[in-house]
Ligand binder design. Structure first.
Ligand code: ARG
Length: 573
């Protein structure tokens, strides 16, 4: 039982004149020394109102409460305190039975029923490499998406594609000039990146190429058929390639409405801003002045009439509000864009839309590689696909060494390698800058993905060995059986398992998937400690069922916890 539940349970037992249940709940404490009880109610708090000594009050309370049925093992008056001792075995039995009854639904709830949360994540740019810098937004967003769903929210995953901008004019020019020198079928996006880099090199010598690029970008905007066809091809190619990576990362979206989608949706917002006198014209450009709020102005329309990233985000926020009537709209975007989101949210606030409060920027730090290769310039990019491939290759080698006879080694290596990369990206408080190293993320004995997966596979192997015994876990446990869980390691593991739902809720509330990552590591460590010191299948007969249930519950929460993070859990490795 967590503290809130305890407070509820205890205060509900009170039917005493002059004592309010709210007061009781608010005075309950966890004593420093828990040898006398797990929770205590200091009775001096009631001395004035009841005009009795704390010692006498405690005795009265104890008598009154013990006359009722209650969920505690002991309620006792000691020196003016009312002490409550939990019935750990009964607690443990309740938790394990719940996991067994619910399976992977354990920890789910409907607290979010009727509420929609939009999550803007990954949001890649068309015809640009999907690189290691996109890892965090993709997996943080994907994890929050799954966690919200687990808590009963309606989650809407949005890939706000960067599919608009002058770079597409450049790409068209490059493609028309050098398209026949590349093999898109074979090289995919890499080929596009090549001619894009070439464009920049050539444009230094022949600046008129830039004019041509502007011309072709205008053609896209104006709906020229040839321009749209080429652009459509770039887009398709990009989505096909990133789609493969998304599949490996277990990432899905409900909407791919990107920047271009808002082409015809900005005008009404700009008009509304105008009618509210919020727009200032400065050197021909339309801005919202934010000096008063210590921010640079939010630039919405350039002097040449072009709209901007912020204009599109403004239109997108209105569109999402109107379409989904969200309870919250999250933007999982690097902290480099802090100012951008502050400006956009401020503009919406100034427009008098109360829902500006529901817009949340969820920023995160940078990922760099150990050898410092991160730069996107000059084609020196680290593609996310390559990182995953290399991690899988290295996992394969490790697995081959540890367990050469394992079946489906390739499949397991894919789960371990990709899982290790995701786990790494979700390991730290998201705002931290982090450095990626293959060796660190792939080790089986640190706080890593493979460590957790390996522990889970160990639990799975016990369950396999148990065979038909596992079918026998859904009968209630007797207190004799539950004695098999007593002891520090067992109690700690059960209590961790009991905190699964609250942990997911905490992660969602703080937009911090690493809370769940931390949790699965804690469960894995706790399980390993338990396993080291307690026999399971060869324990005393009367203990086997409860201990097996503990293994089952461990396997369930680790597997489900990993799933929320986007990580697969092999049954054997
Ligand atoms: N495509 C943008 C980038 O790569 C990220 C978009 C984030 N989402 C948004 N609604 N602004 O920087």
């Amino acid at each position: 039982m967590d503290l809130d539940t305890v407070k509820r349970e205890i205060s509900a037992l009170f039917d005493i004149e002059g004592v309010s249940r709210e007061e009781v709940a608010s005075y309950i404490v966890v004593p420093q020394d828990t040898t006398l009880g797990d929770y205590a109610l200091p009775c001096f708090r009631f001395a004035k109102a009841l005009r009795k000594s704390p010692v006498a009050i405690a005795v009265d309370f104890a008598n009154a409460l013990n006359a009722k049925e209650h969920p505690f093992k002991k309620i006792e008056a000691v020196n003016g305190y009312l002490n409550f001792t939990l019935d750990r075995n009964a607690e443990a039995g309740k938790i394990l039975s719940e996991v067994i009854a619910k399976g992977s639904e354990y920890g789910s709830s409907d607290e979010g029923a009727g509420k929609t949360v939009c999550i803007d994540y990954s949001s890649i740019n068309i015809a640009k490499p999907f690189h290691i810098g996109h890892l965090s937004t993709t997996v943080i967003g994907g994890a929050l998406y799954k966690m919200y769903k687990k808590l009963g929210y309606n989650a809407v995953g949005i890939n706000h594609l960067g599919d608009w901008g002058t770079q597409f004019g450049k790409l068209i020019v490059a493609y028309k000039l050098w398209g026949d020198t590349i093999d898109i079928e074979k090289e995919g996006m890499l080929a596009l990146t090549k001619i894009y880099v070439k464009f920049h090199e050539e444009a230094e010598l022949k600046p008129e190429l830039n004019d041509e690029a502007r011309y072709w970008f205008k053609q896209i905007e104006d709906g020229n058929e040839e321009a749209l066809k080429l652009f459509g091809m770039f887009k398709e190619l990009t989505l096909k390639e990133v789609g493969k990576v998304y599949d490996r990362l277990d990432i899905t979206f409900d909407s791919y409405n990107g920047e271009a989608f808002y082409n015809d949706k900005m005008a009404p917002v700009l008009e509304e801003l105008d009618s509210q006198n919020l727009i200032t014209v400065s050197e021909g450009a339309k801005i919202v002045d934010l000096k008063e709020y210590d921010m640079s102005p939010c630039l919405l329309v350039k002097a040449d009439g072009a709209t901007l990233y912020a204009t599109r985000d403004l239109a997108a926020a209105f569109y999402r509000k109107n379409t989904y009537d969200f309870y919250k709209c999250l933007y999982v975007v690097a902290y480099q864009q802090n100012l951008h989101f502050k400006q956009v949210f401020k503009v919406i606030e100034l427009m008098g839309k109360e829902w500006y409060k529901d817009l949340v920027h969820v920023p995160f730090g940078m990922v760099s590689l150990e050898d410092g290769t991160m730069s996107t310039r000059k084609g020196k990019v680290v593609w996310l696909k390559d990182v995953l491939d290399k991690a899988v290759e290295k996992s394969y080698a490790i697995i081959n060494e540890k367990n050469a006879s394992l079946a489906n080694k390739e499949e397991v290596a894919e789960k371990v390698g990709v899982g290790a990369v995701i786990f790494f990206a979700l390991s730290n408080n998201r705002i931290k800058d982090i450095t990626f190293s293959y060796d660190k993320v792939l080790t089986f004995d640190g706080e890593t993905g493979p460590y957790v997966q390996y522990t889970n596979a160990r639990a799975a192997s016990i369950l396999r060995k148990a065979g038909a015994l596992v079918n026998d876990l859904n009968k209630p446990f007797t207190s004799d059986e539950l004695e098999g869980l007593s002891g520090k390691e067992g109690e700690e593991l059960v209590s961790l398992i009991g905190r699964f739902r609250a942990t997911v809720a905490d992660a969602v509330q703080k937009y911090e998937p690493s809370i769940v990552t931390r949790y699965v590591v804690d469960v894995a460590k706790s399980f390993n400690r338990y396993y080291l010191n307690n026999r399971i299948l060869n324990a005393e007969d009367k203990f086997i069922r409860a201990r097996l249930a503990l293994v089952y519950a461990t396997h369930t929460v680790i597997e489900e916890g990993l799933r929320l993070l986007g990580i697969k859990a092999p049954e054997e490795m």
